[in-house]
Design a protein around this ligand. Structure first.
Ligand code: ADP
Ligand code: MG
Length: 470
């Protein structure tokens, strides 16, 4: 590891102030991480100095990179054994962490990151474990299973991360976490990350961290980053007000929060009937459908994602232009969580709230709790910006076959650019899931790409492709 650059006296947000190898700094540049987020600036100097940490900051504040850079710094790529373990509450979050760790690990050659979660077949995981890995990311239950079977060895482990620790406790994983932690070597660095700081966290930390340092970045949706506007609505105009907002402000990606599942369903019906590409995220979706909805929204082929607070918990969706509070929440803290989804890292965002007269008391509580005065606009101020309907810029093609078939994003990109002659700029995100691959393409060429790709080959094989509605 290279030596530390001379330290400025005050806290700096420059990654170059950290003792990181030049290749890692160059990779961060490539990823567009031009400066540290506040939680990264607060935690990385301590984590890279080997300290145990309790780090708390809201969702979307860049906690993953804060622990990923630390565990990568502890890693010896030439030692082919599990050296870091990251525990996450859900498979979805574990997948997101795995992707971020892989992106950050690109600076080094051949670092293997393995995801081990429930819901995926054991057989594949056992085979992967036999091939070995440097970093394991997984859910507590499945990690326990592997430890019990002896298929996962932790004797070379040097870093244990508890990610979204509050949520893991909520989900009843305390005993599993404790059991996994006890099976890790005593000599290790333990990093605990959490969006909130409930009582259970302190107990967990006292049991499994050594002289931990605590870093907290207070939740302050800053006025300059999030522009909050309230609208008074009658019940019978509430859902229509959402389409007025969309047509007026024309955000590319909007997350709309409702208080109930039924309201979500009603809103999606109204938006779809008006021609919007709207998707619903609810608890009844099976994992595959949920993944598909999230992929379509994140790759910008759906304009609106409608969700309850529970369904949206822990989601990381970057670049949200707008959040709409379709109903006012009775919980001021929930309001903060909702609007904190927009205006993240560097981008500015809108937070719109629709309130009936009956909900004014709730608005008052929110103002009081968050210490601001709400700004109101009349619905009549919302006039469509153009007559063109709001359409998402991209569309999603689903290719049958994914990780199981050893498809990689490069295979799909190669087929589209080298074989079919499309420009890389016409292609968006490519997500390879276990059984499916999703590729976003410019909406205008989607039909044509569908036809050509169906007749072409990916990895030397013909593929089944379909265009997802959205
Ligand atoms: P959290 O775990 O705190 O909810 P994430 O780690 O998922 O947040 O990060 C949220 C988003 O911010 C991700 O899309 C990530 O790629 C991006 N991000 C993280 N750090 C930076 C940075 N320093 N500069 C720009 N974007 C960043
Ligand atoms: Mg996180």
């Amino acid at each position: 590891m290279n030596t530390c650059a001379p330290r400025a006296a005050e806290k700096t947000s420059d990654f170059a102030s950290l003792p990181l190898p030049p290749a890692t700094l160059a990779n961060l540049q490539r990823l567009g991480y031009t400066r540290m987020t506040p939680i990264q600036a607060a935690s990385l100097p301590l984590a890279l100095a080997g300290k145990d940490l309790i780090a708390q900051a809201k969702t979307g504040s860049g906690k993953t990179a804060a622990f990923a850079l630390a565990l990568l710094a502890n890693l010896n790529p030439r030692r082919f054994a599990v050296q870091s373990l990251v525990l996450c509450p859900t498979r979805e979050l574990a997948d997101q962490v795995t992707q971020e760790v892989r992106r950050l690990a690109r600076a080094e050659d051949h670092i293997k990151v393995l995801t081990l979660c429930g819901g995926s077949p054991m057989r594949g995981q056992l085979a992967s474990l036999e091939h070995g890995a440097h970093i394991v990311v997984g859910t507590p239950g499945r990690i326990m299973d592997h430890l019990a079977r002896g298929s996962l060895a932790l004797d070379a482990l040097n870093t244990l991360v508890l990610d979204e620790a509050d949520r893991m406790l909520d989900m009843g994983f305390h005993d599993d976490i404790a059991s996994v932690a006890r099976q890790c070597p005593k000599q290790r660095q333990t990093l605990l990350f959490s969006a909130t700081y409930p009582e259970g966290i302190a107990k967990l930390a006292a049991a499994f961290l050594r002289e931990p340092q605590t870093v907290t970045v207070a939740e302050q949706p800053s006025a300059t980053q999030i522009r909050q506007v309230f609208f008074e609505v009658r019940e019978d105009e509430r859902l229509h007000a959402v389409s007025l907002l969309l047509n007026h402000h024309r955000p590319v990606s909007t997350l709309a929060f409702c208080n109930t599942k039924q309201q979500c369903r009603n809103l999606v019906d109204v938006l779809k009937a008006q021609g919007f590409a709207a998707l619903e995220l609810h608890g009844d979706l099976d994992q595959r459908d949920r993944d598909q909805v999230l992929v379509q929204f994140a790759n910008r082929s759906a304009s609106v994602l409608v969700a309850t607070d529970i369904a949206a918990r822990g989601l990381d969706i970057a670049e949200l232009e707008a959040v709409i509070n379709v109903d006012v929440t009775p919980e001021p803290a929930t309001h903060t969580h909702r609007i904190g989804r927009t205006g993240r890292v560097d981008a500015e965002g809108w937070a719109f709230s629709l309130s009936s007269l009956d909900e004014m008391g709730r608005v008052g509580q929110i103002e009081h709790a968050l210490g601001f005065t709400s700004q109101w606009q009349p619905l009549a101020a919302l006039t469509p910006a153009t007559r063109e309907p709001l359409r998402p810029p991209m569309a999603t093609l689903q290719i049958a076959g994914g990780r199981k078939e050893k498809i990689r994003p490069g295979d799909v990109l190669g087929a589209l650019t080298k074989d079919l002659g499309y420009a890389a700029t016409q292609i968006g995100k490519i997500n390879v899931n276990e059984f499916s691959t999703y590729v976003a393409v410019e909406r205008g060429i989607a039909g044509e790409v569908l036809k050509k790709l169906s007749a072409a080959r990916v990895k030397g094989k013909s593929v089944k492709v379909r265009l997802l509605e959205g």
